[in-house]
Ligand binder design. Structure first.
Ligand code: OGA
Ligand code: NI
Length: 367
């Protein structure tokens, strides 16, 4: 067959996948299309009986109680945060002050968004990474050879008045519920920054970085993972680290998130109403490598749809990301080169942001 005869079919197939996994599933599916089949070493490990092999118990991340953080035990809680960021790059937060209704409503309204007809969702589809709202699929759908079992809605969220007019107007209560959610996550982030600074023994109030982060960017990423007929062949998200300073992740009650811990993928148990917080690349650099931006990925399952909402907080676009001057002296050399945020973004949009190759490329190798 000549290539000219194959081409239209291939183009049509690819167009089908560009519309996302939800669209694919809504049209009925009993097998995973080849486009989503990951090479064997990258797949989740399943036993012969098709059950997910659990080499260990699910990982219980250190739990930070915000109420305690604000009480007389603060210094103890700060040490727990420091240990968690060094060991796992992840921890969970309870008693964080966000009412259960706010997080439940956010999950529910996002579920409703993904249940809208494709025509409505696709209004927000664009390959422009700087669009205030972007609906899409996989990880980087213009670059990925193998696709991920994930659709997403990304919303720029700060300063909110600049972006709100672009947010989806359907479902009708989407904007108001997502506004409350984004505003309250931002407040949580600001409290976390203060705690993180103090845990690094940097004054939480009087430092340039904390001030910059107050004006920093925020992106709310809603992830939708429909049930998958053959979850052992694919991934919801490939191994990646988050590029920002901190990510605040809200999951529904379906597990799927795994982190790389001692060279093994371990599943994080969802705790209803809690947030999973993880160190991003900016914080690894800022802490001069003391806190780790850890690789994580997402598995899918055959029965339950899963929704997660990640709030990614970073330095402003105009900032230079660098090790904190407070952590550098004659005994502690900087371990990373200064990096302006634009370089970060350029890298993310031009190369496959898999693994931690960007952070690696910014490392200074002292003799
Ligand atoms: C992310 C992410 C994990 C999840 O959005 O960067 O890692 O559980 N999400 O959806
Ligand atoms: Ni992530």
């Amino acid at each position: 067959m000549s290539p000219t005869m194959i081409a239209p079919v291939v183009v049509e197939e690819n167009n089908r996948y560009q519309k996302g996994v939800k669209h694919l599933c809504d049209n009925g599916l009993t097998k995973v299309p080849t486009k989503y089949i990951w090479p064997e070493p990258d797949r989740p490990i399943f036993t012969k009986s098709d059950k997910l092999t659990k080499p260990k118990q699910n990982l219980k991340l250190p739990i930070i109680d915000f109420a305690e953080l604000l009480g007389p035990n603060r210094s103890h809680v700060l040490r727990t945060i420091a240990e968690a960021c060094e060991t796992y790059g992840f921890f969970q937060v309870v008693n964080h002050g966000m009412e259960g209704d706010v997080s439940r409503n956010m999950i529910e309204v996002c579920k409703k968004f993904f249940e809208l007809p494709y025509e409505e969702r696709s209004k927000y589809m664009t390959s422009d990474m700087s669009a205030p709202v972007r609906y899409g699929t996989s990880f980087n759908q213009n670059k990925d050879n193998v696709f991920c079992w994930r659709d997403f809605l990304k919303l720029y969220a700060h300063p909110l008045p600049d972006y709100l007019p672009y947010w989806p107007s359907s479902p009708s209560d989407f904007r108001s519920l997502a506004t409350t959610y984004a505003t309250e996550t931002r407040e949580m982030f600001e409290m976390m920054v203060k705690a993180i600074m103090e845990s690094l023994e940097i004054d939480g109030d009087d430092n340039e970085a904390a001030k910059e982060l107050k004006e920093g960017s925020q992106m709310v990423v809603v992830n939708c993972y429909p049930p998958c007929p053959e979850p052992e062949l694919t991934l919801g998200m490939p191994p990646h680290s988050d590029y920002g300073f901190l990510t605040l992740l809200l999951q529904d009650d379906v597990e799927g998130l795994q982190i790389l811990y001692r060279d093994e993928w371990v599943t994080i148990d969802p705790i209803p109403g809690s947030f999973v917080i993880n160190v991003g690349d900016h914080l690894e650099i800022f802490s001069n490598g003391r806190y780790k931006s850890v690789l994580h990925r997402v598995l899918v399952n055959s029965t339950k749809p899963r929704i997660s909402v990640a709030s990614l907080h970073s330095f402003p676009l105009t900032s230079v990301v660098k090790p904190s001057p407070k952590l550098i002296d004659e005994h502690n050399q900087p371990q990373y080169m200064d990096t302006d945020f634009a370089t970060f973004l350029q890298y993310i949009s031009t190369r496959e942001p898999k693994w931690k190759n960007f952070l690696e490329s910014r490392k200074i190798h002292h003799l």
